[in-house]
Design a binder for this molecule. Structure first.
Ligand SMILES: NC(=O)c1ccc[n+]([C@@H]2O[C@H](COP(=O)([O-])OP(=O)(O)OC[C@H]3O[C@@H](n4cnc5c(N)ncnc54)[C@H](O)[C@@H]3O)[C@@H](O)[C@H]2O)c1
Length: 367
């Protein structure tokens, strides 16, 4: 990946850490290195006003350290607002491990990473993200209690992806309600970009409701595998953004909504799981609004995963997880209504609520 947004050339023009464009008053950034296991990781703690900074660990073969740093800065900031808007008592954090998850991830490396997490005494709590799974978190659990997303057999809430997908589905239905007057997705054409853990589970929800699903992925084998299981069409063209569709659902990586794609986009709704979908929150939020494309803010509708792992900390059960995730529907509708009445983008409307909650807690703490 990329730095999803800024080119390395741009990144290296700025001061290495605090001067980065993606630096947004982060509380702490921890660089972790271990020669024996080959671990090179960065933990980003953005904000802990509402609680410990919880966020997954992503393992990715970044082209350089600038890109890894930029990613962890952006992702950890996103977690702060995700937990805030979802009403969880958690702050925002995230970690990235630099390397290829397929060839460089070993139990020793994961354990060593867990020790670094442990050294922060609970200020940061980890979980899985791209390149990680519940088994990896089980290994981290051997050396620290500050980890969530562990297997059900080990007392955890299990794989968060189906819950994330359900939340995205709820957000998408709320968008349909707002846009078309009905939240039924039957016969709506939905393009799911990225059919990984979340994408596949989302497809199941969509097909159950009778939506017409087209899938795309850079992994051809994965496309064939998913098509063999479900009644979906594989996208065969080379410019998905120009296709006629009702709903575009980005479920791969971030920043796919940018100057070039918005100009082409024919969808009337964007609702997906990927983090940081807008390359530039303000500019691209405004462009979507102008084009009358309804954007369901990513950090609002993809919160099912964090609701699921939060259950491990708060000891609530599956029913409560589902209830909280289903509530994403109401929160999303509320955001759309606020955005419309205040004439702001949906991203701004959602961010304002999240920021208000953090500011309120800060005031209470300073009393
Ligand atoms: N897993 C969760 O619970 C969760 C929670 C919140 C947010 N998210 C976000 O949702 C997204 C998907 O998560 P996941 O767990 O399904 O990841 P995953 O790694 O299982 O799947 C990602 C899929 O996207 C594909 N992909 C990568 N680049 C692509 C591209 N340019 N075009 C098309 N496909 C591409 C990959 O081949 C893979 O199949 C990520 O951005 C993740 O951060 C996931």
């Amino acid at each position: 990946m990329t730095s999803e947004v800024i080119s390395t050339k741009e990144l290296t023009k700025m001061d290495p850490v605090f001067g980065q464009m993606s630096f947004d008053n982060h509380e702490q950034i921890v660089f972790c290195n271990d020669k024996d296991t080959g671990l090179k990781a960065i933990i980003g703690i953005h904000n802990t006003v509402l609680g410990p900074a919880l966020g997954g660990t992503r393992m990715w073969n970044y082209s350089n350290e600038w890109e890894a740093l930029n990613d962890v800065l952006r992702l950890s900031r996103g977690m702060t607002f995700k937990s805030a808007i979802t009403g969880l008592n958690l702050g925002g954090g995230k970690a990235v491990i630099i390397g290829d998850a397929k060839t460089q991830k070993t139990p020793e490396l994961m354990r060593r990473f867990g020790e670094f997490v442990h050294s922060l005494s609970g200020k940061y709590i980890t979980a899985e993200d791209v390149g990680m799974n519940t088994e990896d978190m089980d290994i981290v659990r051997e050396v620290t209690p500050y980890v969530t997303g562990i297997s059900e057999s080990k007392g955890g809430a299990g794989n968060p992806s189906p819950i994330t997908a359900y939340g995205v589905f709820m957000g998408m239905k709320a968008a349909a309600k707002f846009k078309y007057g009905s939240d039924v997705l039957e016969d709506k054409s939905v393009y799911v970009q990225g059919i990984g853990h979340v994408g596949e589970a989302l497809i199941e929800n969509l097909l159950n409701e009778g939506a017409k699903v087209t899938i795309s992925d850079i992994n051809q084998e994965r496309l064939e595998e998913v098509r063999s299981k479900y009644d979906v069409t594989i996208y065969g063209g080379n410019d998905l953004y120009s296709e006629k569709m009702d709903i575009y659902s980005p479920c791969a990586l971030g920043a796919t909504i940018n100057d070039s794609t918005i100009n082409k986009l024919q969808a009337s709704i964007i609702a997906g799981a990927a983090n940081n979908q807008l390359e530039d929150e303000v500019r691209h939020g405004n462009m979507l609004k102008k084009k009358n494309i309804l954007y369901a803010p990513d950090f609002l509708i993809n919160a099912g995963g964090i609701i699921n792992v939060y259950a491990e900390l708060e000891n609530y059960d599956k029913q409560e997880i589902m209830r909280k995730t289903e509530n994403i529907y109401n929160t999303t509708l509320d955001i759309f209504n606020r955005a419309e009445s205040n004439n702001v983008t949906t991203q701004v409307a959602a961010m304002n609520i999240a920021k208000e909650r953090i500011e309120k807690r800060k005031r209470e703490q300073s009393k």
